[in-house]
Design a protein around this ligand. Sequence first.
Ligand SMILES: [Zn+2]
Length: 600
Amino acid sequence: MIFGMRFNGKIMFMEGTIQEIKNKVDIATFIGSFISIKKTGRNYKALCPFHQEKTPSFVISPDRQIWHCFGACQDGGDVIKFLMKWENISFIEALRELADKFGIRLKDVRFEDQEWKRKEKIMRINKLTTDYYEYILHETKYGNTAQEYLRKRGLNEKVIKTFHLGYAPSSWHSLLKFLQKKFTLEDILTSGLVITSEKGTVYDRFRGRLIFPIKDARSNVIGFSGRLLEDKAKEAKYINTPETLLYHKRESLYAIDIAKDQIKKQNNVYIVEGEFDVLSPFQIGIGNIVAIKGSALTREQLMLLKRYTNKITLALDSDVAGEEAMKKGIEEAEDLEFDVDVVVFDYAKDPDEAARRDPTLFKKGIKDPIPFYDFIIQILVKKFPQDNPYNKKQIANTAVFFITKIKNPIVKSHYVKKLATLLDVSESSIESLLRLTNRKKERKFILSSQPKYSHMRREDIIQKYLLSLLFQSANPYKFVDEYFKLFSIEDFSLPSLKKLYHYFTDFRKSNKEFHLDYFIKTIPQELHPVFDEIYLMASLDNEFKNEKIEKLIYEIKRYSLKYRIAQILSSESSEKKETENSLRLMGKELTRVEKMIVAL
Ligand SMILES: [Zn+2]
């Protein structure tokens, strides 16, 4: 079946192609290749990769070929939507990637996704710029000083070419003139490669600088970093592409495109602070290494790394400023349940120098990291060296803040003892400080982790849950006969659920057996998201899991009766006698239902 369809008001595509992708790609296998998933009944569940959580609220249904996050995201969809979110890409990009991967031809796809078009244009400008700067570095005399500089820093040709380093000549307009042969000024401006002065003249951003192209995990050049060859008092040593449609500093990791496979393979990533701190270790064989742009490790960067590993090793500059900057990222890393280790090279000022000065020692050093907590204690002792009560308090307060996060009781106790010995105080004093910090933290935790569905009434959630059980049961008709005897369609408080149940009873009238795929076809498109969410809900642990189904049904009945009684009481009915009669009946029924709830 091939027909055109409007998407987002902008994109035209062929439903047939999308269907072909969905038929070819099994959603559970596909998502399972990115995150670990666990079978539960007919569905799979997992820790949601799109928000931080400790109990799984991410469900995948192979029957429906959909996923849904019942946690903070409250979002879901098909395999295309998953890839869009995972790679942070547009619908068309995801479609293309899937089609590529599974050998489906996309020739019929026409689209007009304006944002994607603009992004793609910046990518093309960036790619051309990379080639241009590379050419200047390798093929022209303007690149000589930069070549010499790189040689002095000990980098070989292979590394320089692998990372596509380049050189921006000391000229105000050379790149601009070059790009204008192929692109309009308007487009070039969106790339951030040129700057408009106050007087309105446009000039190159990078001048007389060594150029490092910054790529995303899929090897698109998203921006650039430029370094001066010699320190000048007036100019910044490094400048970067400003925030553009494509480049977001918080999300980018230098060398992720080259390092990602090694990170996955070794289940560990070394995080450093600068481009050269990536290149020199890379040259001596360390492939699982990336640099953060800017001084702090962000949540976005950690989320990106979480796709490949759950272990990070910080390779820090030896100055305290670097250590302080890293500390901020640690809370996020703990939050996302990374194991965090630290390597420090005390014989050099940064990983670049350390790798160049003594490759053997460097390789030994990075294989022997210290746990993050030891590192924290070390820098605190360095920061507050004097042996007096005030310094001890400072050290203890900060160290304890991190120690409270340790889950394993043996490890925790190890650090309590260590800290007590170091400060020459009793272990119990450290423990009482831990309890104090914990109490503060718990209060914060309760505030930040509102239960899912907290915005919904209990009766509404129960109704969703009951319908979820119904549709997931091996035999929905039998389920209804067994449990829904007491139940009528009026008892649903949410119109969407009422409708869904209505379609179900209708379906039953004309179908001897329940068949999920046929049933889906009978419900209107706008109810599909409601159905999908309900269908997956029962796969999760929730507050009703241990309650008897009958009891939950009586609860719904009770809500429904109370609601109807309240409605009658508030309306001014002319048929007084009839009203009284039905009120009496409902009251009686309510008493019976209340009794049943207590009895069950
Ligand atoms: Zn989520």
